[in-house]
Design a protein around this ligand. Structure first.
Ligand SMILES: Cc1cc2nc3c(=O)[nH]c(=O)nc-3n(C[C@H](O)[C@H](O)[C@H](O)COP(=O)(O)O)c2cc1C
Ligand code: SF4
Length: 433
């Protein structure tokens, strides 16, 4: 196939049939206790059928204390392996690879659930936007978390999956160690970048010791953090230069690919880049009101006409005007510095734009989340010669803002003939096979 979009991508330990990856995204489709359901299998299968070369799973907690919302399937003990094997087999049936995202939320937990009041973190400072409280990890807790990631990787391998991704982006636990805006430790895990990177490098070493060198391992990183995007007075956090250094260390430590994202918290105006739908926010932010010390204050602030619009305006300003390829410049800078493949996420949905990014050597593959939620058959559309889907994703972020409370799907009514049709499409994941 001469079209670069559909050329295989060979990583050290894995070959993917094309350059279009499904980026991490899933709803609260599983059981409260972390066991998986057929709904999640339906969800993943839909994208495999649509023609992506690989699916990178959504946030899979390596421990219950590391989850961000209940009802996400976990990989925290061996009894989870058969479920993940079923997911992998369902996806493989459509010639698609499955990479599981090993995750720990740390202090950033939207709805923590009933088991643990506080998250663990590099710091004991609550997150500045929502006030999610946390406990500073001891060295023993750090070692325990390192082992939890390694055991998660072993389980993914035993489940027959094609690789794992470390969720080192978007403000979750690994970011909380890497970030100069968050990590305020004075021990060997804090201070200079070399120390802040110690946690993730120990995780990589522990995974390699557990699964060997021949199992695919990639890392998602927030290349530019912009930690002060929504809270004035916060430091900016890591820059692209910091992240380039971290990526070279990751490569030396045995990581097979880098997945480039942005933002020191989630969601962030530049990830997923787009709008902040205020009406939807008022319908779902109430789910978070008990989660942090600032969430009730925020809810009242969002409800005020002027204050709500002020927050939305700031979000829009930080998001900028160009959404497609929002992190491409960072991906290109990282690609220049490393020898391993680079996957870029952020706004991709136009074949010619993606083609130019790949041919220009800015990245080796793109990962797509919302445009595939809107059009799961996007790769097939590209293969048929369409440059852009007839009903594209509008970057409205209504899917994102509904996610804590409602099933994941496209909530942009303008893309459907009626609200009923939209709801039918959203609910179809519960019965699709
Ligand atoms: C509802 C929703 C859930 C997401 N969940 C995750 C996640 O679990 N892990 C992750 O790394 N990124 C997650 N993301 C970020 C996406 O994977 C993706 O990187 C981001 O949305 C930018 O890509 P896009 O513009 O194609 O949507 C999520 C995004 C959305 C909208
Ligand atoms: S709700 Fe639909 S159109 Fe809006 S960002 Fe999500 S997928 Fe795109």
């Amino acid at each position: 196939m001469s079209d670069v979009l559909f050329q295989p991508l060979a990583f050290r330990n894995l070959t993917v049939k094309n350059r279009l990856f499904r980026s991490n995204i899933s709803g609260r489709f599983d059981n409260y206790d972390g066991s998986g359901t057929q709904t999640r299998i339906n969800w993943e299968t839909k994208f495999a059928k649509g023609g992506v070369g690989a699916i990178v799973s959504s946030f899979v907690p390596v421990t219950i204390r590391g989850r961000i919302v209940p009802n996400y399937a976990t990989i925290d003990h061996d009894a989870r392996i058969p479920f993940w094997r079923r997911v992998g087999e369902a996806v493989h049936a459509h010639d698609c690879k499955f990479i599981l995202q090993l995750s720990h939320g740390g202090r950033q937990r939207d709805i923590p659930g009933i088991e643990f009041a506080k998250g663990l973190s590099s710091t004991d400072r609550p997150d500045p936007l929502h006030g999610f409280e946390c406990e500073r990890m001891t060295t023993a807790q750090i070692k325990e978390a390192v082992d939890q990631f390694a055991q998660g990787a072993r389980r993914a391998r035993e489940a027959g999956l094609d690789g794992v991704e470390l969720h080192g982006a978007n403000g979750y636990l690994i970011t909380q160690f890497l970030s100069s805006a968050i990590n305020d430790r004075t021990d060997e895990y804090g201070g200079p970048l070399e120390n802040r990177a110690r946690f993730v490098l120990e995780i990589v070493a522990a995974i390699r010791a557990e699964v060997g060198r021949d199992f695919h391992l990639q890392m998602k990183i927030s290349a530019t953090e912009n930690a002060n995007a929504m809270v004035p007075g916060e430091p900016r956090g890591n820059t692209i230069d910091d992240s380039i250094r971290v990526c070279t260390w990751l490569e030396e430590a045995g990581v097979d690919a880098i997945h480039v994202s942005g933002g020191a918290f989630f969601p962030h105006p530049r990830n997923p880049v787009g709008d902040l739908p205020l009406d939807e926010l008022l319908k779902t932010y109430d789910s978070l009101v008990a989660s942090g010390t600032k969430t009730l204050r925020n809810y009242i602030f969002f409800r005020g006409k002027l204050s709500g619009e002020f927050f939305q305006k700031r979000w829009r300003k930080e998001a900028g005007k160009v959404f497609e390829g929002v992190t491409l410049a960072d991906a290109a800078a990282i690609k220049k510095a490393v020898g391993i493949p680079v996957i870029c996420t952020g706004g991709f949905q136009t074949a010619s734009f993606i083609r130019a990014a790949l041919e220009g050597g800015k990245c080796d593959a793109v990962s797509i989340a919302r445009s595939l939620v809107a059009n799961p058959d996007l790769p097939k559309m590209f293969a048929s010669g369409l440059d852009r889907p007839p009903k594209p994703c509008t970057y409205c972020n209504k899917c994102l803002i509904n996610a804590p409370e409602n099933p994941l799907g496209c909530y942009e009514e303008a893309r459907f003939d009626s609200r009923e049709e939209m709801v039918r499409e959203i609910m179809s994941v519960f019965s699709a096979n």
